[in-house]
Design a binder for this molecule. Structure first.
Ligand SMILES: [Zn+2]
Length: 378
């Protein structure tokens, strides 16, 4: 069976093991080479170490707002997962392409690059643009540097399409997320004299109880958005580490927790409220809390021009919904004020798992959508 151009490029992209926090320059240079051969110039924005990079490319008129396709080049690790195909070598089986990143989200990246090549052969009235970022999977880390550069441009896109896997449905929103590390301090001492010392693990558990009470308040009385599976803002503890031995009162315990917020909530306000309430019980026992990473939510109105514009290029039965996972779309929408929607090939349910795949029919659907979108830029 002959594969389409997008599937062919996807095979090449899967072969670059661009796990988050590892170099991605080889992939970025490959994409820049493919675009460069068609005369499309690329702006490469590297990280401090120079080993990871974002890529931005534009085809069509330079000083007119256009449509920006956005994706990430990084993938999640494969260690410990029982893959039945080599994760960094695309395997075609039952009209699906298997490989790490096939769905999340090198499939869209491949379709977007092919669309850029096609668009470069046409006389566009508005430009088609491509933004590829690094280290999205660990909290939209790379794209911030790219946005720093795009912020200087006098012209912003009319629309950004983030191609995370939605089975080509339109996602208009997702929650924002803030990740925190709490360090709880105590005093070391002999456990036989335990009540004489402050136990850091006990401090941590008090903080967890305070967070769980806050979660309950948010669930019962907080903002609601029934577009989400969990229709309120959420608080979750992911890890806890503390103590050295049973007979020593622990002097340190650390927690990693996150707050995922609806558009109407702010993580820092929720955190302040928990702190204020916990301080009433024992101010001295509050943990030191540092924000590790945060990205804003996305909340594009379902009746906006952006949705109407995009819908025109998609099948009539395309649904509109909100998604549980985060994207760089919240940053584009808040920092650049660009109306942003999420729409891409593949199923998020197979992402981050062994034997990740994208159906060739999904790549075809994305190619068709992008071809029609180019038609809308003529
Ligand atoms: Zn992704």
């Amino acid at each position: 069976m002959t594969l389409g151009r997008s599937a062919d490029l996807l095979k090449a992209l899967i072969a670059f093991p661009t796990i988050s926090c590892t170099p991605n320059l080889a992939l970025i240079e490959h994409v820049a080479g493919v675009l460069g051969a068609a005369g499309i110039a690329c702006t490469i924005v590297k990280d401090e170490a120079g080993t990871c990079a974002n890529l931005f490319a534009s085809t069509g008129p330079a000083h007119t707002p256009g449509v920006m396709l956005s994706g990430h080049a990084d993938v999640v690790p494969v260690e410990g997962q029982p893959w039945t195909t080599p994760p960094f070598e695309a395997t075609l089986r039952d009209d699906r392409l298997y490989g790490r990143g096939a769905a999340d989200m090198k499939g869209f990246v491949a379709c977007a690059v092919v669309a850029m090549l096609d668009a470069s052969k046409r006389t566009l009235r508005k430009p088609l643009q491509l933004a590829l970022s690094y280290d999205e999977e660990i909290g939209c880390v790379g794209v911030r540097r790219l946005i720093d550069v795009l912020e200087m441009s006098p012209v912003r896109p009319d629309l950004c399409v983030v191609g995370e896997p939605t089975m080509m449905q339109i996602a208009t929103g997702h929650k924002g997320k803030a990740a925190y590390r709490a360090v709880c301090c105590g005093e070391e001492g002999h456990s036989a004299l335990a009540p004489k010392y402050r136990n850091a693990i006990h401090v941590a558990t008090s903080w967890i109880v305070a967070m769980r009470a806050a979660q309950e308040r948010l669930a019962q009385h907080g903002a609601r958005d029934d577009g989400y599976d969990v229709p309120y803002s959420t608080i979750h503890v992911g890890t806890i580490h503390g103590g050295r031995a049973l007979n020593i009162v622990p002097n340190r315990c650390t927690l990693d927790f996150e707050i995922r917020t609806l558009a109407n909530d702010r993580a820092d306000a929720i955190l302040d409220d928990i702190r204020t309430r916990a301080a009433r019980d024992d101010e001295a026992a509050l943990p030191d809390i540092a924000e590790v990473n945060a990205y804003p939510g996305l909340d594009t109105h379902v009746a906006s021009d952006a949705v109407r514009f995009l819908e025109a290029f998609l099948p009539a039965d395309t649904s509109k919904r909100k998604v549980a996972f985060g994207t760089e779309g919240g940053l584009y929408s808040t920092r650049l004020s660009v109306p942003t929607l999420v729409c891409g090939p593949g199923d998020i349910d197979v992402a981050h798992k062994p034997d990740e795949y994208v159906a060739l029919a999904q790549l075809d659907a994305c190619d068709t959508f992008l071809a029609r979108l180019i038609g809308g830029l003529l």
